[in-house]
Each structure stands twice: as structure tokens, then as C-alpha cells.
Write a protein that binds this ligand. Structure first.
Ligand SMILES: Cc1cc2nc3c(=O)[nH]c(=O)nc-3n(C[C@H](O)[C@H](O)[C@H](O)COP(=O)(O)OP(=O)(O)OC[C@H]3O[C@@H](n4cnc5c(N)ncnc54)[C@H](O)[C@@H]3O)c2cc1C
Length: 387
């Protein structure tokens, strides 16, 4: 049964922007930063009050490698800038790692991300949930959001979906694919033994550990069912089941010696929904050359493989001024596994933000921008375009 609810009053316009970026995870931060540096009036909308998304709220504190594992750096630009930023005010283990990667302190990363966005002049809107895009003939004219001020409309000339779930692209009509998730829980914990070790070694990192329960990325150690990240009931059950696993672990501990330090502030789904895009990257594309590459990425799981990311994975047919970045780009099978991680979210965010600026400058649809110009802008910041 459906119930129709008629809006009685017009929705007020709360702001007008060149670009709206929806979702303040790593991809959203990178997109907003790149676009702002190109001069766009940019609004970054985030439903929580914390920047970083899964990387901070979700406790995924391992900034995976920027190198190919064979001594060659393949990711640069804003992705490298954010890696360095993640350890600016907090601990790190960069020097101890074989590959160019680090473990960071999530709250310290959040402080640095706030500073980065404010200094760059990106307008932030926290505690604001994107509800739906306002579309006109394949063009997004703005978005309707909900927050403490009520229901509001923000208008824009172009938009980037970095919700991690392709919420904006899906509601604008983009063809999407959904992914299921095994139950996973990552939380911070500590106990007297590791605290003692930290004191002895003079290294505070020793005192904070990641409690990992449930399945690994390939479903290792999983219970039988999978969960959808774009079904509200499933999201709730996933979160509660994860916390139940944590409770079973904590119950076995001595209350005076052990402490759970923090629970994740967002559901820890690896793959929820992504666009199919103009081109879907697959595992068969390893080492392939793409004329519209916006950057290279290594394989975080093993040394050697490199993928070029085609610009066409960030945009969808029929949507003239919309792009996506992060774990929602068009990549399937092993290629999704390799691209759905923090450094690639930053890389694709930078590419999307730069492309949005070029589209506005030339007055063209995002699918028609000058790719060589985009590549030159990215290269100038240290992005490696071709293998
Ligand atoms: C269990 C697990 C382990 C992982 N391990 C690693 C690892 O070790 N290293 C690694 O590099 N990667 C890892 N990943 C992947 C990585 O964390 C993410 O893919 C990456 O952080 C995604 O970044 P993103 O910006 O695309 O999306 P997200 O981090 O999901 O950011 C999306 C943002 O959008 C906001 N948002 C969503 N919907 C709305 C809305 N409607 N309105 C407003 N805001 C909205 C969210 O609050 C969030 O801040 C792991 C992921 C999981 C789940």
C-alpha cells in the first residue's frame, strides 16, 4: 500500500553553488578540494558531523599503498597529500611499512581534514542528509536536503556523488549495480598489556588496537547470510549483528584490564552500490592502457598489478553534469576490490573535482570535456596517468 504526501509549501533555496559534493568521505574531500582549487564555489554536504567517511567514522585506519609493491609509486596528487595529512597530527607507522602505506589515528585525521577544507574555502554543511536531486532533462539543478533547518534546496551547476552508495546517481536515474556484504565489525580496543608495552617502548600506537570480528574481504570466516548496504532494514541488522559479535568478544574480557574504546559511527560495508558507467573496469584490464585514464592504481593485495582508471568509470549515460568518485565508480570483480579503497577514493575524487571544473569552464557536458586537459591538470599535481 502506498500513501501519497503532497508538499504544501515551496522548498526554500538555501544556497547557490557551482558545485555540490554529496558525501564527505575521502573521495568527497578530494573532489571538493580539487574543484575549489580550480576556483569553483563548492559546497560539501555530509550527513554526519565528521569528515573522512569509512576512513574515520568507520575505523578503517589503514591508508593502503600508493605504490605497486615493486618500489614504484603509482598514485600521487591529492591521494598522497591526504596520506600525509592523515598522519599530520597523529601517530603513524609509515617508516616501518614495506609499501608506501600507513596506519593513522582517525580523530587526528578528522582535525586535519577540517583544517584542510576550511583553509581551502570549501563550504561545509554537516548533519545534512541528501534526499533527492532536482533534475531537468538529464541535468541536476540542485539537491533537496534535510537538516535542523528543515527541508532545503541547494542549487548547483554540477554535482559529484561521493556518498559511497551512489545515492545521488541512483536517484537521478543512473544504471547501478548493488553488492552484498559479509558481516564485519572493526572497532578500537585496548588492554593493560598493550598499554604496558606502549609505556615500555615509548610508542602510543602499541596501546591502541583494532578489534576485527566477522568476515574478511573475501568472506573468510563469514556467517551464512550477506547484507545489502542500500536496504534500510539490512543496514540496521548489519550494525546490530556486528555489535553483538563485539559484545561476545568483550564479555570474555576482564573488565578492569580491557576496554573497548570506540564503536564505528557508520555501517562498515565494503560494497553497497556503484554505477555501471560508460565503461566498467574489470580484472581483464590489468596493465591495459586507456586514452582517457585519470590515474594509475596498484593492487593493495599483491605486488605488481597496475590498473589505469578510465574517466568513463566516473560518469553515466544520460546524466549531463553529474560525476561520481570513490567506491561507487564503475568497476567490477577484482577491479572493484582494487578500486574501492582509500587512496583510489582520493584519486578518483580529485579527477571528478577537476573534471567538474573543466566542464563548467567549457560549458560542455561532463562526457564531452577535453580529456587531455584533464590529464594535464592531474599530472601537474603528481598524478601518474599512464603505466
Ligand atoms: C571492513 C572494511 C575494511 C576496509 N579496509 C580498508 C583498508 O584497510 N584500507 C583501505 O584503504 N580501504 C579499506 N576499506 C575501504 C575504504 O574504507 C572505503 O572504500 C573508502 O574509505 C571509501 O571512501 P568513499 O569516500 O568513497 O566513501 P565513504 O567513506 O563511504 O564516504 C561516504 C560519505 O558520504 C556520507 N553520506 C552517505 N550518504 C549520504 C547522504 N544521503 N547525505 C549526506 N551524506 C551522505 C557518509 O556519511 C560518508 O561520510 C575497507 C572497508 C571496509 C568496510
Amino acid at each position: 500500500m502506498s500513501v501519497f504526501y503532497q508538499e504544501k509549501s515551496a522548498i526554500p533555496i538555501a544556497g547557490e553553488y557551482d558545485l555540490i559534493v554529496v558525501g564527505g568521505g575521502v573521495a568527497g574531500v578530494a573532489a571538493a578540494l580539487a574543484a575549489r582549487r580550480m576556483g569553483l564555489q563548492t559546497l560539501l554536504v555530509e550527513k554526519s558531523v565528521i569528515l573522512g567517511g569509512l576512513a574515520t567514522l568507520g575505523h578503517i585506519v589503514i591508508y593502503l599503498p600508493l605504490c605497486d609493491g615493486q618500489g614504484r609509486q603509482v598514485i600521487g596528487g591529492i591521494a598522497e597529500e591526504l596520506l600525509q595529512l592523515s598522519i599530520k597530527y597523529g601517530y603513524d607507522d609509515l617508516a616501518k611499512q614495506k609499501r608506501y602505506r600507513t596506519t593513522f589515528n582517525a580523530p587526528a585525521f578528522v582535525l586535519a581534514l577540517d583544517e584542510l577544507m576550511v583553509d581551502a574555502g570549501v563550504d561545509l554543511l554537516f548533519d545534512t542528509v541528501f534526499s533527492r536531486p532536482v533534475m531537468d532533462d538529464g541535468s541536476c539543478q540542485g539537491i533537496i536536503v534535510e537538516n535542523k533547518s528543515g527541508r532545503q534546496l541547494y542549487t548547483c551547476r554540477t554535482i559529484i556523488d561521493t556518498t559511497g552508495d551512489a545515492d545521488v546517481m541512483a536517484r537521478a536515474g543512473a544504471e547501478c549495480v548493488e553488492g552484498d556484504n559479509w558481516l564485519t565489525f572493526w572497532g578500537y580496543h585496548s588492554d593493560l598489556d598493550v598499554m604496558q608495552k606502549a609505556v615500555e617502548t615509548g610508542d602510543v600506537m602499541q596501546a591502541v588496537g583494532l578489534l576485527r570480528c566477522g568476515a574478511g574481504p573475501a568472506g573468510q570466516g563469514a556467517e551464512s547470510r550477506k547484507y545489502s548496504g542500500v536496504d534500510a532494514r539490512d543496514v540496521t541488522e548489519f550494525v546490530l549483528a556486528g555489535r553483538r559479535m563485539a559484545k561476545e568478544f568483550v564479555k570474555k574480557k576482564d573488565k578492569k584490564q580491557y576496554s573497548l574504546l570506540a564503536l564505528p559511527g557508520m555501517a562498515q560495508f565494503r560494497t553497497t552500490r556503484r554505477i555501471t558507467g560508460f565503461y566498467e573496469l574489470t580484472s581483464a584490464d590489468v596493465f591495459a592502457r586507456f586514452e582517457d585514464s585519470v590515474g594509475c592504481v596498484g593492487d593493495w593485495r599483491k605486488a605488481g598489478p597496475i590498473y589505469e582508471i578510465p574517466y568513463r568509470t566516473l560518469i553515466a549515460p544520460g546524466l549531463k553534469n553529474m560525476l561520481t568518485a570513490g567506491r561507487t565508480i564503475a568497476a567490477k570483480d577484482d577491479a572493484w576490490e582494487v578500486t574501492r579503497v582509500i587512496p583510489v577514493a582520493a584519486l578518483t575524487g580529485q579527477a571528478a573535482g577537476t573534471a567538474a571544473a573543466l566542464a563548467l569552464e567549457s560549458g560542455e557536458d561532463v562526457a564531452q570535456i577535453d580529456i587531455q586537459k584533464l590529464q594535464t591538470f592531474l599530472e601537474d599535481t603528481g598524478v601518474l596517468i599512464h603505466i
